[in-house]
Design a protein around this ligand. Structure first.
Ligand code: SDX
Length: 396
């Protein structure tokens, strides 16, 4: 029994920690951030309100929201030296390789002034990370297309500033598109936290050694990159484009056959989840966002969206998926929305990392803030050789 929630003893043995931040009921397909349903947050709040909620436990009132927004806005610039670090990469380096380096590189500027056991230092590190991730992701994008970096603009919203740094150029005034701004803000909210997933557990274990928060978040970025985790949004879009290229809707049956063939190692990317054995509520909200954005951009007949919806319908009626309780997850539709608003597919996971940074840092700060916490030290079941003596080389 922890507060309102009771768990069966079997579950307790699998739990890696206690947390009050995010609650998932995988059977019901329910996701709550600090008790608020994701469906309500996605419609009634913006990303910075959600950040305030995840970090401090409560939605901000108008004054708190203004103060928090000002604090984040005043930390969006990165040290000018960061661009020289970035320029060491190949132009065609994968954005997640760049982000793993850049976020780790942030620790070079702050580790000596950050005592992880000091609550104020933890708070300013959280603000710096939330504020600087959009700047770093946009810099990685600009570098890959050979365009000049755009400095943050304090008069813009969090999502608006990101689109300005991504798509603006010094040659002319960039006009933020409200459609793209709203879509990105929604995408950020849906990806903000998700209890003890692989990358969050990585951040907790890494941070438990007392390392600085920037290095711990860099470990989370590296873990999120994997195609079984955050990299699935990029893989799901590439999968849809492959099916589209090879015949589209008519070829879905052939693709599903491949997925069901154990030897093919082909997975329906964006489907399945370790916890959700029902529909991922974020996938539903992402599909709604897809509808809204494509309609507002006059792309209502986007063939890839139609293909995705048909593929989902066929899979949800197919025994292979039904028996294994495989449903769309957050990554199934997110790529279609991002592609529609002009985000290159290689940047999808970097945007996931941008959004998840608040969840990672909130979870890390929750752990470090508990006076009982100790360095993590998972144990193993040893299955190797019993003790034996070394033979001289001539006898080996
Ligand atoms: C994220 O943990 C989180 O919360 C993560 C996340 C977050 O917000 O942080 O929600 C974000 O990572 C979402 C997941 C994105 N990954 C993908 O979409 C990649 C495709 N999905 C699979 O790799 C898989 O579903 C996992 C890794 C997500 C979950 O796998 P599990 O729970 O370990 O389940 P499993 O691999 O044991 O699969 C059970 C069965 C197997 O078949 P059998 O051996 O029983 O015959 O289902 C099959 C699997 O082969 N299966 C799939 C499948 N996912 C599972 N078959 C085809 N396509 C799939 N996508």
């Amino acid at each position: 029994q922890t507060g309102m929630f009771t768990y069966d003893p079997g579950f307790l043995s699998t739990a890696s920690c206690q947390s009050a931040i995010t609650y998932i009921d995988g059977d019901k397909g329910e996701l709550l951030y600090r008790g608020y349903p994701i469906e309500q947050l996605a419609v009634n709040c913006d990303f910075l309100e959600t950040c305030h909620l995840l970090l401090y436990g409560e939605l901000p009132n108008a004054t708190q929201k203004a103060d928090f927004t000002k604090l984040v806005t005043n930390h969006t610039m990165v040290n000018e030296q960061m661009q020289f670090f970035l320029r060491g990469f190949r132009r065609d380096a994968h954005p997640m390789a760049v982000m793993t380096g850049l976020v780790g590189g942030l620790s070079a500027f702050y580790h000596d002034s950050t005592d992880i056991n000091n609550p104020e230092h933890r708070e300013i590190a959280a603000i710096r990370l939330i504020a600087k991730m959009p700047t770093l992701v946009a810099m990685a994008y600009k570098y890959s297309i050979g365009q000049p970096f755009m400095y943050p603009k304090n008069s813009l919203s969090y999502a608006g500033n990101f689109t300005h740094m991504m798509f603006g150029t010094p040659c002319e005034e960039y006009k933020v598109s409200p459609v793209i701004e709203k879509a990105l803000d929604r995408i950020f909210i849906l990806h903000a936290d998700h209890e003890q997933n692989a990358s969050t557990s990585t951040v907790r274990l890494c941070g438990s050694s007392g390392t600085n928060p920037f290095a711990a978040i860099a470990a989370g970025v590296a873990c999120l990159w994997g195609p079984a985790h955050g990299g699935a949004n990029e893989a799901a879009l590439n999968m849809l484009e492959d099916i589209q290229r090879n015949g589209g809707i008519e070829k879905i049956g052939e693709f599903i056959k491949q997925v069901k063939d154990k030897n093919s190692n082909v997975k329906l990317m964006g489907f399945g989840h370790r916890v959700y054995k029902n529909y991922d509520p974020r996938a539903k909200l992402m599909q709604q966002t897809c509808n809204e954005v494509l309609d507002e951009l006059g792309l209502g007949n986007d063939p890839l969206f139609k293909l995705a919806k048909t593929l989902e319908k066929i899979a949800l009626e197919d025994d292979y998926f039904v028996q294994r309780k495989l449903y769309p997850n957050v990554d199934f539709y997110s790529g279609i929305v991002q592609r529609a608003i002009g985000i290159p597919v290689s940047l999808f996971t970097a945007i996931f990392a941008l959004a998840r940074t608040v969840g990672w840092i909130a979870q890390l700060n929750e752990m470090i803030g508990d006076p009982e916490y100790k360095i993590g030290r998972p144990r193993q079941l040893f299955t190797g050789s019993v003790k034996r003596d070394v033979k001289p080389l001539a006898e080996r």
